[in-house]
Design a protein around this ligand. Structure first.
Ligand SMILES: Nc1ncnc2c1ncn2[C@@H]1O[C@H](COP(=O)(O)OP(=O)(O)O)[C@@H](O)[C@H]1O
Ligand SMILES: CC(C)(COP(=O)(O)O)[C@@H](O)C(=O)NCCC(=O)O
Ligand SMILES: [K+]
Length: 259
C-alpha cells in the first residue's frame, strides 16, 4: 500500500492506495513538532475505523513546510520500513523539469499539481490552488511547470484584517447576497469574496494574454468551488488534483527503477 502525503502550510492530507486503487484520505493540521509516533497512532486509529488493514510499504511526500520532513521520514522508516520519495529532493525524479529562473526552488505542491494536471488534462494549463496562499501554476504544452503567481490566501486575508484592525472581527468567507455591505461583517465578506473573484478573473485573463496559446483553467483546494459559484472562472474543479499528482510522480519513479 502506498501512503502519499501532501503537507501544506495549514493542513496535511494523507492518502492511502492499495495498488492503483484509492482507499481514503486522512487530514490533520500541519505541525512540524508532531513526531513519527504521534502520526502512527493517529493513522492506525483512523484506518481501523475505516476497516482498512495497515499494510503500507511505500511513501511519497510533498511539503511546503521543510521542517516536517524529518518526522515524516522517521515515520516511513520506523513504521513502514521504507525510504520515502520527497518531491523536490534529488532522490525523487520528476516527469518533466520546471523551467524557471536559475536557483529558484519551486514549491513542491506546485510541481505535484503540474504533474497531476498534465496527466489528467494535458498541457497548456493554469492551475489555481486555494491553500494558505492562492497559487496559479502555469503548465506548458510538454507538462513542465513554467511559472505562475503567488497571492495571499483567502483565509489569510481575512485573518490579517482581523489581526491588524482593532475593530474588525474574525469572519468566515462566504458568498454575500449583495455587494454593498450594510454591516461590518458583510462589508468584510464582500471585500474578500468579490476581491478574490476579481483576482482570479484578472490573473487568468492576463496569463492567457501573455501565454499566447489557448489554455484550460483547473481549480483545486477546498475553497475553489465557492469562488466558481455561478461564474465561469474555471473549466474544471478537481478536488483530488494534488494527490493524483503524487500518485503520478510515485509511479514515474517506480517505472524509472528509482528505488
Ligand atoms: N471546504 C472548505 N471550506 C472552508 N474553508 C476551507 C475549506 N477547505 C479548506 N479551507 C480553509 O482554507 C485554508 C487553506 O486550507 P488548505 O487548502 O488545507 O491549505 P494548505 O494546502 O496550504 O495547507 C485553511 O484556512 C482551511 O481551513
Ligand atoms: C506558495 C506556497 C507558499 C503555497 O503553499 P500552500 O498554500 O499550499 O501551503 C508554496 O508553494 C511555497 O512555499 N512555494 C515556494 C516558492 C515558489 O513556489 O516559487
Ligand atoms: K496553494
Amino acid at each position: 500500500m502506498l501512503l502519499a502525503i501532501d503537507c501544506g502550510n495549514t493542513n496535511t492530507v494523507f492518502s492511502i492506495w492499495d495498488g492503483e486503487r484509492f482507499l481514503c484520505t486522512l487530514r490533520t493540521s500541519t505541525e512540524h513538532q508532531r513526531t513519527a509516533d504521534q502520526y502512527y497512532v493517529w493513522i492506525s486509529t483512523l484506518l481501523e475505523h475505516h476497516e482498512i488493514p495497515l499494510d503500507i510499504n511505500a511513501v511519497i511526500i510533498s511539503t511546503t513546510v521543510p521542517r516536517v520532513v524529518f518526522n515524516l521520514r522517521v515515520l516511513a522508516d520506523r513504521y513502514f520500513n521504507c525510504r520515502p520519495y520527497v518531491v523536490g529532493k534529488a532522490e525523487c525524479l520528476l516527469p518533466t523539469q520546471p523551467r524557471v529562473d536559475e536557483g529558484t526552488v519551486v514549491g513542491p505542491d506546485r510541481l505535484v499539481n503540474a504533474a497531476g494536471g498534465f496527466d489528467r488534462y494535458g498541457g497548456d494549463l493554469i492551475i489555481v490552488d486555494f491553500g494558505t496562499a492562492t497559487t496559479f501554476d502555469v503548465v506548458a504544452e510538454d507538462g513542465a511547470y513554467v511559472g505562475g503567481i503567488i497571492a495571499p490566501g483567502v483565509n489569510l486575508s481575512l485573518q490579517a484584517l482581523h489581526e491588524m484592525a482593532a475593530a474588525l472581527p474574525h469572519v468566515d468567507v462566504t458568498k454575500p447576497q449583495k455587494v454593498i455591505g450594510t454591516n461590518t461583517v458583510a462589508c468584510m465578506q464582500s471585500g474578500v469574496f468579490w476581491g478574490y473573484v476579481g483576482l482570479v478573473r484578472e490573473i487568468t485573463q492576463r496569463i492567457k494574454a501573455e501565454y499566447e496559446r489557448p489554455m484550460k483553467v483547473i481549480s483545486t483546494g477546498g475553497l475553489a468551488p465557492l469562488f466558481g459559484q455561478g461564474d465561469t472562472l474555471y473549466d474544471e474543479f478537481d478536488e483530488f488534483l494534488t494527490i493524483h499528482g503524487l500518485r503520478i510522480i510515485y509511479d514515474y519513479n517506480r517505472e524509472q527503477g528509482n528505488a
